[in-house]
Design a protein around this ligand. Structure first.
Ligand code: HEC
Length: 287
C-alpha cells in the first residue's frame, strides 16, 4: 500500500518536473513585429509578436494575454493571443480600442508582463487629418484672381486705352505676384520644421523600438522612462552612453552571432529601417 502511494507520488513528481520548463520557464523576451501607428478608435488592430524564452528559444503552445488600459478614462480590456500557424513562437491578437486617448498595454507570455510602448488612439483616420486645410490655399487663390483681373484689364485697355483700366491691370498684377510669392515663401518655411521633426521622431522611433522589440529585458538605457522597466536588467551592458559606431551597429543588430558566435544576444529579426532608427536612438547625445 505504502509503496503504491510512493510510486504514484513519484510519477506525479516526474510529470511535474517534465512539465516545469514549459510552465515556469524563467523569463522571456517579447518582440513586437511592427510598431502600430495611426490607431483609430473602433478599428481592429492586429498585433503580432514573438516569444523567446531567455531571449533565445522561440516558444510554441502558449496563450499570451494582452492587457490594455486607457490612462485618461480608465477603460480597460484584455484579450488572449493565438499562435500564428506554421510560425514557431509567434502569436497574433486583434485589439479594438473602445475609446480615444493614450493606452498603456502589456503582453504577458507566461511569467512577467512586458510593457509595450503607449499607443495613441485617435478619433479618425490620420490620413484625413493630414489633408491640407482650406486656409492654406487662400493666398494662391488670391494670386490667381489677381492675375485674372490683370489679364482682363489688359485686354480691355488694349481696346479702350482708359487710365483706370491700366491701373486695374497694375493692381491685379501686384496682387497676383504677392499671392504667389506668399505661397512660395510659406512652402519654403514649412519644409524646415518637417525635416527637424523627422530627425527627432527617428530618435523617438528608435526609443519606441527599444521597448517594443524587448531590448529593455536585457539592457538599461536611462533615456527610456522608468515606467517601462519591470526591473533594470544587467543581462546585457547598459547602453545609456553607448559609443559603438553606426557601421558596427548595423552588422551587430542584424545578426549578433555573426560578430560573436557565442553571444547572449539574440537575432531579433530587425529590418533595415528598424535598425536605422535604433542606431539613431543609441547614438543620440543624452539631453
Ligand atoms: C536576451 C537578452 C538581450 C536582448 C533581448 C538584447 N540584447 Fe543586446 N546584448 C545582450 C548581451 C548579453 C550583450 C553582450 C554581448 C556580447 O558581448 O557578446 C549585448 C550587447 C549589445 C550591444 C553592444 C554590442 C557591443 O559589443 O558593442 C548593443 C549595442 C546591443 N546589445 C543592443 C541591443 C538592442 C538595440 C536590442 C533590441 C533590439 C538588444 N540589444 C536586445 C543581450 C541582449
Amino acid at each position: 500500500m505504502k509503496s503504491k502511494i510512493i510510486a504514484s507520488l513519484s510519477i506525479i513528481l516526474v510529470v511535474l518536473a517534465l512539465a516545469a520548463p514549459a510552465l515556469a520557464g524563467g523569463w522571456a523576451v517579447i518582440t513586437l513585429e511592427r510598431l502600430p501607428s495611426g490607431v483609430v478608435v473602433g478599428v481592429p488592430l492586429t498585433v503580432r509578436f514573438a516569444v523567446r524564452q531567455h531571449g533565445k528559444t522561440l516558444l510554441p503552445d502558449l496563450t499570451p494575454t494582452i492587457s490594455a488600459h486607457n490612462a485618461q478614462n480608465g477603460d480597460s480590456f484584455s484579450i488572449d493571443a493565438r499562435p500564428v500557424s506554421g510560425s514557431l513562437g509567434r502569436y497574433e491578437a486583434v485589439l479594438t480600442f473602445p475609446s480615444t486617448g493614450t493606452w498603456e498595454w502589456t503582453v504577458q507570455a507566461f511569467t512577467m508582463d512586458q510593457r509595450m510602448p503607449d499607443l495613441v488612439v485617435s478619433a479618425n483616420s490620420p490620413v484625413s487629418q493630414a489633408l491640407p486645410k482650406e486656409g492654406s490655399r487662400l493666398p494662391i487663390m488670391i494670386g490667381i484672381v489677381g492675375l485674372v483681373i490683370a489679364l482682363a484689364a489688359l485686354g480691355v485697355s488694349l481696346r479702350t486705352k482708359r487710365r483706370w483700366v491700366l491701373s486695374l491691370f497694375v493692381l491685379g498684377l501686384m496682387v497676383g505676384v504677392a499671392g504667389f510669392a506668399f505661397t512660395a515663401s510659406k512652402a519654403e518655411k514649412s519644409n524646415e520644421p518637417v525635416i527637424a521633426s523627422q530627425i527627432a521622431s527617428d530618435v523617438e522611433t528608435g526609443q519606441t523600438l527599444f521597448i517594443a522589440k524587448g531590448c529593455l529585458t536585457c539592457h538599461v538605457n536611462n533615456r527610456v522612462e522608468s515606467k517601462y522597466y519591470d526591473f533594470r536588467s544587467d543581462i546585457g551592458p547598459n547602453l545609456t552612453s553607448y559609443k559603438g559606431s553606426p557601421e558596427f551597429l548595423r552588422i551587430w543588430l542584424k545578426n549578433p552571432a555573426s560578430v560573436r558566435p557565442n553571444t547572449g544576444m539574440p537575432n531579433l529579426e530587425l529590418d533595415a529601417a528598424e535598425i536605422d532608427a535604433l542606431i539613431t536612438f543609441l547614438s543620440a547625445k543624452a539631453d
